[in-house]
Ligand binder design. Structure first.
Ligand code: UD1
Length: 419
């Protein structure tokens, strides 16, 4: 099993190029199912989740042709409408094929995502909304089957809860439905905007992009397109924390400050300089010990749950006590025991973590418990005394494009070892 070893104490300085966003790439890949023409995605990140989604699409009959950071998908001859258990199990975003398959083929069968490490994560919002568009839903043998033999029809849908995945699935389904669909209380994450722009390039008629109310006028067919994947705001936010924690100076090339308003606000309140320059963000920190700042995760444009673990790592060595509230996932504090092993002082009270800043962390063997938690361990390791050994790093490879190469190029003592 591979591990990442981090030797703490180095200041990070230099340039890091931010990759395309995982959470945009996966729904964009699912959108390839909506057309019998070619969809080319550029600025694709090199991630295990992208490989998993490629395998899922291949299993449906899609041809996938990769050329560096460009991938072309051709769903001209679909041979299956089923997402198998082994792929859904390792990547929940597999459920994103549901909407496109039902819209184009009139049927889909997707293994139900099991209980995931960071919470129950059901798919009821996706299914209820598809039902409102005329689909028949049944659950059998651990699979959900969605049928709409005469196609989906537009509907006025109000999501009872904001969901990124449900908004994406329904946006794709509505693009090929008969008539108008309104998605109320839609998620507004930049990755949804990116998907909407790609669908528009494919011929979809969508208005209200970037707001919580999307209106889609269905069209009979969509065409091919070429679309660049938006920059990964979570990767950029993660490296911004790395700069702040190491009193460093990093230029994050291609990063979008407008997608990181809430995290940047916290960094600035802590005294970190965050400068927007020519489509990049420079993060420079001259503060010896950052002050503790409270924050709460909420849907975009508020603070993202996907940066909670990284900002918590930063707060473990801040001066004072930070209260961190997680409102999106009920069990997203699994990194807390691991950070505690490194000397952090954190207690959990229901959905809040109370982080009492300590003078320093010490390196320890720790486990990556989920994707974002795994990178939080790397961040803690950058400032810990001695060596931190991060195990279970398959989580890291699912969502971070060449993280060791990017960090070592700016001065981190980090390497991967195979055991
Ligand atoms: C996406 C992101 C993930 C991020 C999350 C929240 C991708 C591939 N993944 O996940 O990185 O952490 O948004 O920003 O883009 N829920 C239900 N019923 C449903 C669907 C969701 O109750 O049918 C709940 C979930 O359990 C969770 C909340 O709604 O508590 C938000 O989940 P959702 O926004 O759907 O997250 P994902 O799309 O799975």
């Amino acid at each position: 099993m591979a591990k990442i070893l981090v030797q703490g104490g180095n200041r990070l300085a230099g340039k890091i190029t931010i990759s395309g966003a995982k959470n945009a790439a996966l729904p964009l890949m699912a959108a390839a199912l909506l057309t019998d023409q070619k969809l080319t995605l550029t600025n694709m990140p090199g991630l295990d989740d992208v490989l998993t989604m490629s395998n899922l699409l291949r299993g449906l009959g899609v041809s996938v042709d990769r050329d560096g950071s460009q991938i072309t998908f051709d769903a001209g001859n679909l041979t299956s409408t089923e997402a198998p258990d082994e792929l859904v199990r390792i990547m929940r975003a597999s459920v994103l094929v549901l909407g496109p398959l039902v819209a184009r083929e009139g049927k889909a069968r997707v293994s139900l995502p099991g209980g995931c490490a960071i919470g129950a994560r059901p798919v009821d919002l996706h299914l209820n909304a598809l039902e409102q568009m005329g689909a028949e839903i049944s659950v059998r043998d651990g699979f959900v089957e969605v049928l709409a033999p005469s196609g989906l029809t537009g509907a006025f849908i109000t999501f009872p809860k904001v969901s990124v995945g449900a908004t994406e699935n329904l946006l794709m389904a509505a693009a090929l439905a008969k008539g108008e669909t309104v998605l109320n209380n839609a998620a507004q994450e930049p990755e949804i905007t990116d998907l909407a722009h790609c669908l528009q390039a494919m011929g979809a008629k969508i208005s209200g992009i970037g707001t919580s109310r999307l209106t889609i006028e269905g069209v009979p067919t969509l065409s091919g397109a070429s679309h660049p994947v938006v920059a990964d705001r979570i990767e950029a936010g993660t490296f911004a924390v790395a700069a702040a924690m190491t009193q460093g100076d990093l230029l994050l090339e291609n990063a979008r400050a407008d997608h990181l308003t809430a995290p940047i606000d916290i960094l600035r309140r802590a005294g970190v300089e965050v400068i927007e320059q020519d489509g990049s963000i420079r993060v420079k920190c001259d503060v010896d010990r950052l002050p503790a700042i409270d924050f709460t995760t909420e849907p975009f444009p508020a603070f993202p749950t996907d940066l909670q673990a990284q900002f918590m790592a930063m707060m473990t060595v801040a001066s004072g006590t930070a209260v961190i509230r997680e409102t999106i996932f009920e069990n997203r504090f699994m990194h807390v025991p691991e950070l505690t092993r490194m000397g952090a002082s954190i207690s959990i009270n229901d959905r809040s973590a109370i982080v009492r800043g300590v003078d320093g962390l010490t390196g320890a063997p720790v486990m990556a418990t989920d994707l974002r938690a795994s990178v939080a361990m790397v961040l803690a390791g950058l400032v810990a005394e001695g060596q931190t050994e991060v195990g279970n790093i398959y989580h890291l490879d699912r969502g971070y494009d060449q993280v060791e190469a990017k960090l070592s190029a700016v001065g981190a003592a980090i390497r991967r070892v195979e055991e």
